[in-house]
Design a protein. Structure first.
Length: 552
């Protein structure tokens, strides 16, 4: 079992924005962050994360909780599994009351293998010769922890020598079982340790030195390793990414190593997969410009088009660099052509321009029908851009395919009228008062004899939550995370309580006066009591117990 104190230390160490930001894109909105909810389909962001309260809440479907609850619900994990998942992501060491957890033991296995692979490299002349032939320096080998893995039996024997159970090795993707028994997933390759954002090792990549059809092989999907959410070299590059507001996305491990060696220290790479929406949260960190640095062949161009489309639709700024003549950055740097790479980066094609030009290249504009198809393709792409970016690039798009700008323009919808129709009237002042009571439970406990739940009308359920001091309740999260619901200063609460009561009883006076279902005698008694007794006392600052009034 995980020690309770260890879990509390983890909660105090992590930031919910970082945890949730590893899964979805969060955008700053006042004191909070917003996103489209990952638990239900929506087009308008109603999912709010509070760094101050360390909670999240969706105003659309009502889900909410803390960091652990989010990971539990999104990844369908148990509570201990979610704790271990978060701890692993942030390189936090958990303590156990009865032995260690699987992830903790798994990380130790990966760390041991990393050192063993590095030692193997020093003994494998062919591997060192290969790296030297690619221009990799000793400093780069050490900085990136590059190693070598040989025969499968050697891996199995090593793990047995350090007493690692098969279940743990299998859990972290190192060993597997086949018809011939237990075997190592990674053999006869240069190894590249892969780390999460916090610098904790989660898996390995391996590059063949021969003409093996699979140039690169990665660790399989595990509780630690998800290639769609990781970027190779990010743990080394992130301080440069944040400082220079730029991230370079290359295609392979050696490209990253050599780009760093050449001075382009913002370089990272995807792990044998295309850039996907799952990568966007990590790309958003530090708000850098994104430079796609891909090979200039057909496959590289296609990958760049797909990535540039996704990034521009997601609101990223940046550009595309395609290396000419089937060259890659690793080879260019090895051949002392660093200045050429720097020039290519300076002349990068902006994302939107690259997409428009690439789309047009698929059509023969001299053919009217194909020109129409090109127009529809570009119009469809542009429709996914923000209004300001769209307006900026419509003239460019019209010039590329030689059609009038007016063809791209359409009548805007009257969003204002639509939004007015969607708004419901709310008593924001009452919600602010309720939020303040939730912030000051000692005051909420005292005033319960003066304020009856019925006084809150449609907000009675909120008051019930306040009285129970249930800060985990969905309604409590609503009060905490709505930016228009402010907290009243504690020094002003006495006056706010009086104002609340005065406002309530003045409304009661109006209701009683206009109520035709009350007998004349009863009505006169209640009006007199309110006018001559209750309201004057309240306006003098006296609080009156609701049980003694009897007009609610």
């Amino acid at each position: 079992m995980i020690d309770t104190a260890s879990i509390e230390n983890l909660k105090n160490t992590i930031d919910i924005v970082d945890v949730i930001g590893n899964y979805i894109e969060l955008k700053k909105s006042g004191a909070n962050y917003k996103a489209c909810c990952p638990f239900h389909g929506e087009k308008t962001a109603s999912f709010v994360v509070s760094p101050n309260k360390q909670i999240y809440h969706c105003f659309g479907c009502g889900v909410g909780g803390d960091s652990i609850k989010f990971v539990m619900d999104l990844e369908k994990l148990t509570y201990p599994e979610a704790v271990e998942k978060i701890a692993s992501s942030f390189n936090f060491t958990l303590h156990y009351t009865q032995g260690g957890g699987d992830l903790s033991e798994g990380k130790k296995v990966l760390e041991s293998l990393e050192l063993w692979y590095q030692k193997n490299l020093t003994l494998k002349s062919d591997a060192l010769k290969y790296l030297r032939s690619r221009g990799v320096s000793q400093n780069s080998i050490e900085q990136f922890g590059i190693g070598y893995v040989g025969d499968s039996k050697d891996v199995v024997r090593f793990l047995e020598s350090i007493l690692v159970p098969y279940s743990i090795s299998q859990e972290v993707g190192v060993l597997a079982k086949g018809e011939g028994g237990v075997y190592a997933r990674l053999t006869d390759r240069i190894t590249f340790p892969i780390y999460n954002q916090s610098g904790g090792i989660v898996g390995f990549g391996g590059r063949t030195m021969s003409n093996h059809p699979a140039k690169y092989i990665n660790s399989p999907q595990t509780k630690l390793f998800n290639k769609s959410k990781l970027l190779y070299g990010y743990n080394i590059a992130k301080e440069h990414i944040y400082a220079n507001k730029k991230i370079i996305i290359a295609e392979g491990y050696l490209d990253v190593v050599m780009l760093h060696q050449g001075g382009f220290k913002e370089a990272v790479a995807t792990l044998g997969t295309a850039l996907t929406n799952e990568h966007l949260p990590i790309l958003r960190k530090g708000e850098p410009k994104v430079v796609l640095a891909y090979d200039g062949d057909k496959a590289g161009h296609g990958a760049a088009l797909k990535a540039a489309t996704m990034l521009s639709h997601a609101g990223f700024d940046g550009g595309v660099v395609l290396f000419p003549d089937n060259a890659d950055p690793a080879d260019l740097i090895a051949n002392n052509q660093t200045s050429m790479i720097a020039q290519l980066f300076r002349e990068q094609k902006p994302l939107v321009e690259f997409v428009i030009q690439s789309l047009v290249a698929n059509f023969d504009l001299s053919n009217p029908k194909e020109k129409e198809n090109a127009f529809e393709a570009i119009k469809s792409y542009i429709s996914g851009l923000s209004d300001i970016i769209k307006d900026a690039y419509i003239p460019y798009a019209s010039s590329v395919i030689n059609v009038p700008v007016s063809l791209f323009q359409k009548s805007p919808k009257n969003r204002l009228l639509a939004s007015i129709g969607m708004q419901s009237k709310e008593d924001t002042a009452k919600l602010c008062f309720l939020r303040s009571l939730l912030e000051y439970p000692e005051i909420a406990n005292v005033i319960s004899k003066y304020i009856h739940p019925a006084m809150f009308g449609e907000y009675k359920a909120y008051y019930d939550v306040v009285c129970q001091s249930d800060k985990e309740h969905e309604l409590a999260r609503t009060l905490f995370l709505r930016e228009d619901i402010m907290v009243i200063d504690k020094a002003e609460m006495q006056r706010s309580i009086s104002d609340f009561l005065i406002n309530f009883y003045e409304n009661q006076l109006k209701n009683i006066t206009n109520d035709k279902n009350i007998s004349t005698g009863t009505k006169m008694l209640q009006i007199r009591k309110l006018k001559a007794d209750i309201l004057p006392r309240l306006k003098k600052g006296e609080l009156i117990e609701h049980e003694s009034i009897g007009v609610i």
